[in-house]
Write a protein of this length. Structure first.
Length: 248
């Protein structure tokens, strides 16, 4: 089990939920992993549990200087960065447009949209120097259609932006051997999803053709594939992981 042997990955929002699942999968498949999060206690504990091939850096994805720190420390520890998983995200209040504040809109977009932009910009030089790499940007089914029951205007706007940026950077940097893809999870049993709705996705799980919400590891399987050399000709694409919820 060494599908990511020799690869060095940055995973944001890695202290819990999907990010934790991604980190565990990457370590299992041989990668060195730089876990980042604003939750220092959980992030440090997870990194310790994963062993010497993992390190944790406290990191606000909406701050460019924090991204510089991540790249500098990551390269100092592991020599290069050739995988980035932009996983950090927030939902914000589940409210209609009239009730949603400008302040909350900007907070959501700072993490979900600006954070992805800053992350790609920060790691590109390291990936170019390494001869290529893979960027996996976690969007949402809210980046494919409006999810009126479980999100808001800022969340949908930011996740559509992630989809668009992923395509642009894939087209611009394919010549550098850099692949960029977006992953669009549906209803996943993470602390963020349950806090925003409930353990049944606010009733949305009943509309999923496969009949249930997904476990975080089921998204990690897709992220792992995209990070690996198995996906060597896969770039600029959307990968929906939603149990066929938006299929029809």
């Amino acid at each position: 089990m060494c599908r990511l042997s020799g690869k060095v990955a940055v995973i944001t929002g890695a202290a819990q939920g999907m990010g934790e699942a991604h980190a565990r999968a990457f370590i299992r498949e041989g990668a060195c992993v730089i876990l980042t999060d604003v939750n220092q206690v959980k992030g440090e504990a997870l990194a310790r549990s994963l062993g010497d091939k993992a390190m944790f850096i406290s990191h606000d994805v909406a701050r460019g200087d924090d991204w510089s720190k991540v790249v500098t420390q990551g390269e100092a520890s592991f020599g290069r960065i050739n995988v980035l998983v932009n996983n950090a995200g927030v939902i914000g209040p589940v409210q209609g447009l009239q009730d949603f504040s400008e302040e909350d809109f900007l907070k959501v977009c700072a993490v979900n949209q600006l954070g992805v932009f800053l992350g790609m910009k920060a790691v590109l030089p390291s990936m170019v120097a390494a001869g290529g790499g893979s960027i996996v940007n976690i969007s949402s089914i809210a980046g494919m259609l409006g999810t009126r029951e479980s999100s808001n205007a800022a969340y949908c706007a930011s996740k559509w932006a992630v989809r668009g940026m992923s395509k642009l950077v894939a087209a611009q940097h394919g010549k550098d051997g850099i692949r960029v893809n977006s992953v669009h999870p549906g209803y996943i049993l993470t602390p963020m999803m349950v806090a925003a709705t409930d353990a049944n996705g606010g009733g949305a799980a009943e509309a999923i053709p496969l009949g249930r919400m997904a476990q975080p590891a089921e998204v990690s399987n897709v992220v792992l594939f995209l990070a690996s050399d198995e996906a060597s000709f896969v770039s600029g694409a959307e990968h929906v992981v939603d149990g066929a919820m938006i299929a029809g």
